[in-house]
Design a protein around this ligand. Structure first.
Ligand code: DAH
Length: 328
């Protein structure tokens, strides 16, 4: 009997925890209800005379304690650092870091919401375009500077394919497939072969809006732009300055007044859609007319958030991005 006790003591002492399974086997081996060694020994003990029963009973009880202590040690909270350890549902969950919305996405969503309220439907177009949708159909002549290698990312093997230089191509895609009336907004990335500086980048985001119906006039355009500016800046003074775009006639640029120090800042282009463009997408310009506008989202965001360098939108500097957490 003493020999057996010593052997068991040694075995319990030398037990090495590997994982939940081997700990469980260890428990069953010694404390299992039917065939656990210590359980059987307790049963066996009943056959012994009282003095021996007391003597060995103490020893077996100590062994039982040792086994229980081992099990306790490996299932306690402290040891749970090891992922193999037993799951403890009382440990507080790990906190998950919640990211923040990128300022460009915030503004994009705001604009979608602003235009949704006046019936504009949101669509997206492809970033890889062909020459016809990006230039020709928009009445941009062959020798227009924006077609130049300096401005546009053409595909080397197929110069008919390019990274769109503006979102106006979405006008063509939408108008070709749908018949008026419609009010549409689209926002997305555009690409230009430009040197990166505090004011320009080879990739930026544009919003494009257009509205076609019977009797759409320049005053509708003015009202819509004023509504957008008021929604974004509160009441603000704007002016329409005559300009030129191949796809609108007449065309205008919109400036917003930022007080005496800053003065007028140009924020967008717009105009009445040129009848030649409508013809290219088989819309009868005798019946329908429409307006269109295009805005650079980064530019707008610079003004709204009073940021001074466009590059910060693409740096992914967490110290900058984190500041927009409260917006959503
Ligand atoms: N596509 C022009 C650009 O990239 C912006 C623009 C101007 C869009 C006038 C329009 C518009 O729809 O009517 O500079």
């Amino acid at each position: 009997m003493d020999k057996i006790m010593n052997k068991l003591k040694k075995e319990i002492q030398e037990f090495k925890y590997k994982n939940y399974e081997n700990l469980e086997l260890f428990r069953i081996k010694f404390l299992g209800k039917k065939k656990g060694i210590l359980t059987l020994l307790f049963k066996e003990l009943k056959k012994y005379p009282i003095n021996k029963r007391k003597f060995y009973g103490k020893i077996i009880n100590t062994l039982k304690k040792n086994v229980q202590n081992k099990i306790q040690r490996y299932t306690s909270k402290k040891s749970l650092k090891d992922e193999n350890m037993i799951f403890d549902p009382t440990i507080p969950g790990k906190s998950i870091e919640i990211g923040s919305m990128h300022p460009i996405s915030i503004l994009k969503n705001r604009m979608i919401e602003i235009f949704r309220k006046i019936g504009f439907f949101y669509v997206e177009g492809p970033e890889i375009e062909d020459d016809w949708h990006n230039f020709t159909a928009l009445n941009i002549p062959i020798n227009h500077p924006s077609r130049d290698m300096q401005d546009t990312f053409f595909l080397y093997k197929n110069p008919d394919i390019l990274l769109r230089t503006h979102t106006s191509s979405v006008q063509i895609r939408y108008m070709k497939k749908n018949s008026p009336p419609f009010r549409v907004l689209s926002i997305g990335k555009v690409f230009r072969n430009e040197t990166i500086s505090s004011r320009s980048h080879f990739m930026f985001h544009q919003a494009e809006g257009f509205y076609i119906d019977k009797k759409v006039s320049f005053s509708d355009l003015k009202q819509t732009i004023q509504y957008l500016i008021n929604s974004l800046f509160g009441k603000a003074k704007i002016r329409f300055r005559p300009s030129y775009f191949p796809f609108t006639e007449p065309s205008a640029e919109v400036d917003i007044y930022f007080g005496n120090n800053t003065g007028w800042v140009e924020i967008m282009g717009c105009g009445m859609i040129d009848p030649k463009v409508l013809k290219n997408v088989n819309i009868d310009s005798e019946i329908y007319s429409g307006f269109a506008f295009g805005i650079g989202i980064e530019r707008l965001s610079l003004l709204i958030y009073k940021v001074h360098d466009i590059r910060i939108y693409f740096d992914n500097d967490i110290r900058f991005l984190r500041q927009f957490k409260s917006d959503f």
